[in-house]
Design a binder for this molecule. Sequence first.
Ligand code: RTP
Ligand code: MG
Length: 142
Amino acid sequence: MLNDRMERTFAMIKPDGVRRGLTAEILARIQRKGYRVVGLKQMVIPRETAEAHYGEHKERPFFGELVDFITGGPVVAIALEGENAIAGWRAMMGATNPANAAPGSIRADYATTVGENVTHGSDSPESAERELGLFFKPEELL
Ligand code: RTP
Ligand code: MG
């Protein structure tokens, strides 16, 4: 479509997804959809990076738990490129709370709790740029 915007977004398979062996399944969904994987690495997130990544939630009661969880095991950090990739990847993930996630979405299919909901996706162009910068050096994006 003429109006579609080529975008980059930051996606992540959270520690619960990696631990449960869902990495290949989720990457397959991304590639079937047609997004290009322009950056990919498995890593344990340093605490500082996690606190910066979720900085908008600093004052929320679940912040400590969220940072403990996201740093508690390896994640897969993914840079995606595609038309309307920011909203499109959020739609593939489904709502934050898996109980409200659309049938067929990743969170509906693979998660039961809001605290361990398998994937992350940037929520705006500004977040995407900020998060890609936190997780990838420019030369790591192909
Ligand atoms: P994410 O940033 O991880 O992609 O998730 P999101 O945009 O769908 O949701 P967000 O509001 O940014 O919340 C970030 C993560 O915090 C956890 N959370 N827990 N206990 C709670 O009420 C609660 N609310 C949010 C979730 O793991 C959520 O993904
Ligand atoms: Mg968010």
